[in-house]
Every structure is written in structure tokens, then in C-alpha cells.
Design a protein around this ligand. Sequence first.
Ligand code: ADP
Ligand code: MG
Length: 386
Amino acid sequence: MSALDSAATAGFAKRFAGEPDGLWSAPGRVNLIGEHTDYNDGFVLPFAIDRRTVIALAARSDRLMRVASSFSDEIVEVSLDGLTPDMLAGWSAYPLGVAWALGEFGAPLSTVAGFDVYIVSDVPIGAGLSSSAAIESAIAVALNDVWGLGFDRRTLARVGQLAENRAVGAPTGIMDQSASLLGEKDSAVFLDCRTLESEVVPLGFDAAGLELLIIDTKVSHEHSTGGYASRRASCELGARLLGVDSLRDLGVVDLARAAELLDDETFRRVRHVITENQRVLDTVRTLRESGPSAIGALLDASHTSMRDDFEISVPELDLAVVAARGAGAVGARMTGGGFGGAAIALTPHELIPAVTAAVRSAFADAGFGAPDTFVVRAADGAGREG
Ligand code: ADP
Ligand code: MG
């Protein structure tokens, strides 16, 4: 039993008394490449990481749902009777929103049993590693088992997304939940956000002597809602003016026409999405044909595009990327929605200490707060633990 599993069992006993029926877990994720492409019906290439949210859950004999987390002292209680997404708020909207969303996909919410659930996690919150999808996916697989629903993982990903969109109120795409549910060890999930078709793509980091270093700048992306919404609006405007349903329908060949038709800012937003989609396709091909040592330039180009065209980077992320590359990373980019959060640096195993030290000293010299740095490995997706 892992330390997190023990903590989940012990925390459950402390908050609710008694033993859980079982433990379920789901990982956070990191996006290797493909940023702000998901809501443009495009391509993304995330992978599930070896940081997880574990939940201990027991069915109840009544219709009450009670949720508790190591993250908070409160126990939130909501009945399954009359459950709506609008009555949910705060952190408990993630787990309870999933219960509601399962009903929207056909779970018989008027007859199922309530439950007690206790949540622990070592996915850093708000770092762009999707602690939110980890919690949603863990609850989704647990209730799928306990309520005997038989939903497949793609459906559970859509359930998690609906919970996040409607119960939490965050207009996010399907990437995070897909990675958390479909991920496999040492592999990434290549996801077409239009068709929702996915393919597992071996990463081969170990064989190539590479590691993925996360540099969490600790700059909060919490207040990025306005930036995220305005980027979405620019993409929608660009698609409308160019006469397509979404930017997915455009390719690099359309850039000249876009430059003529669009104002400079909208053009740059559109150029990011078009070139980023192409970079995801190129990364998948390069991984298959040449291995991970050859994807560095694509990661670097992705960062430049987000910094200059999409304008979602911040000085801390730019510095992390420059310092990591300078110390020998084969490629680096900010990851996640932007305006803070984390950068990733694909780094030869033996250079991890040097890259870490270079980033730390660059941050200190710039007067920035110390970042958190750690290596993540591609791990299996959500499932039952015990
Ligand atoms: P990210 O997904 O990048 O970590 P989000 O803002 O999307 O950041 O989600 C973070 C939110 O998810 C937290 O503010 C909290 O409400 C909820 N959350 C995540 N992990 C937990 C946890 N272990 N216990 C309770 N709530 C959690
Ligand atoms: Mg999130």
C-alpha cells in the first residue's frame, strides 16, 4: 500500500469512522505539447503523471453524499435528492459535480446509494498539473464501480468535463480528464479533441536517458479566467472571419490568407493555434520515427509561439525555459493554460541537478520566489487501488 493509500484509509476512518469499501485513484497530467488547441477542436499530447489523487469511498444506506479532503477541515453534505449543479460550490463541486454529471449521462441518480468519500492527493494544486481532473476522474471511476454503471473511460472523461464546466463553472476542454483516465505507463495520450479519438504513443524517455523536469513557478494562474476567456473569444472570432467552424479546419497553408484578413492580434492568436496543432502532429511523428531526443525544437517553438503569438506566458515561465535550455535541457516550454503555473524541461538524466540549479539561481538573481522543481514519469490512468 502506498503512503497515499494509507493516508486515504486513515483519513477516512478519522473523519467518518469505519472502513471504506475501497480505494480508487487518478493521476494528474502534464501536457507535453498542444496548448489552447483543445477548445479549437485540435490536437493535444498530454500524459498521466506519477502524482495521484486517492479517494477512500464507502456506500451509505441513505441518499446522502458526504465529502471530506485532507485539503480542508469541512465535511460537505449534499443529498442526491434534488441534486443540481447550481447548488454546488467550492472544492466539493469537483467530486459532487461528478455525481451530478454521471446522472446527465444516464446514471439512475434517483435510485443509487449515497456515499462517504475522503480525498488525499500529491498532485500540486493550481500548478497546471490538473489536480482538478485527478479528483474528478478518481470519483468518476469509483462511482462507476460502486453504482455498477459500466461507462467506458471516454464517457467518464466527458462526465468529468461536464462537472467542471457546469458544477465548477470552468469552461475547460476534455484534455485533462482524457489524460487522467486513458494514460498508460511510459506513454502519452494523443487526443483528437474533435472526434475524441485517442491513441497511446510510447514516449521512450527512459531508453533515451531523458526525464521530464517540472518547474512550478508558484505564480498563481487562479486569476487567469479573463485571459483564458479572451483567448477563446479571439479564436472564435478568427474562425468566424475565416469562414470555418473551428481553427482545427485550418492549416499552415491558410496563414497567408489569415494575415490578410485579420487584425494583427487576432492573426497571432490564430497562428499560434494553427502552428501548435501542426507541432503536435510533428511531435507524434518524431517520437515514433526518431525518439524523444528529437522533439526538443518542437517544444522550444511551442514556447515561443505561446510567448509571442498567444501571449499567455509570464516572465517567470520565460526565465525557467531559458535557464533550463542554457543548462542543457533538450527542449523546454511553459505548459498548461498560462499566466503562471509550470514549465517543463526535457532533460538528460545526468543533467537534472545542473538544470535545477541553473533555474533556481536564475530565479534568485531575478528576485523571483523560489520555484518547485521535480521530475514526473508517465504513469497509468485512473483505477481501483484496493
Ligand atoms: P489545477 O487543476 O491546475 O490543479 P484548478 O484550479 O483547475 O487547478 O483546480 C484546483 C481546485 O481543485 C482546487 O482549488 C480545489 O477546489 C480542487 N481540488 C484539487 N485537489 C483537491 C483535493 N485533494 N481536495 C479537495 N479539492 C481539491
Ligand atoms: Mg484544472
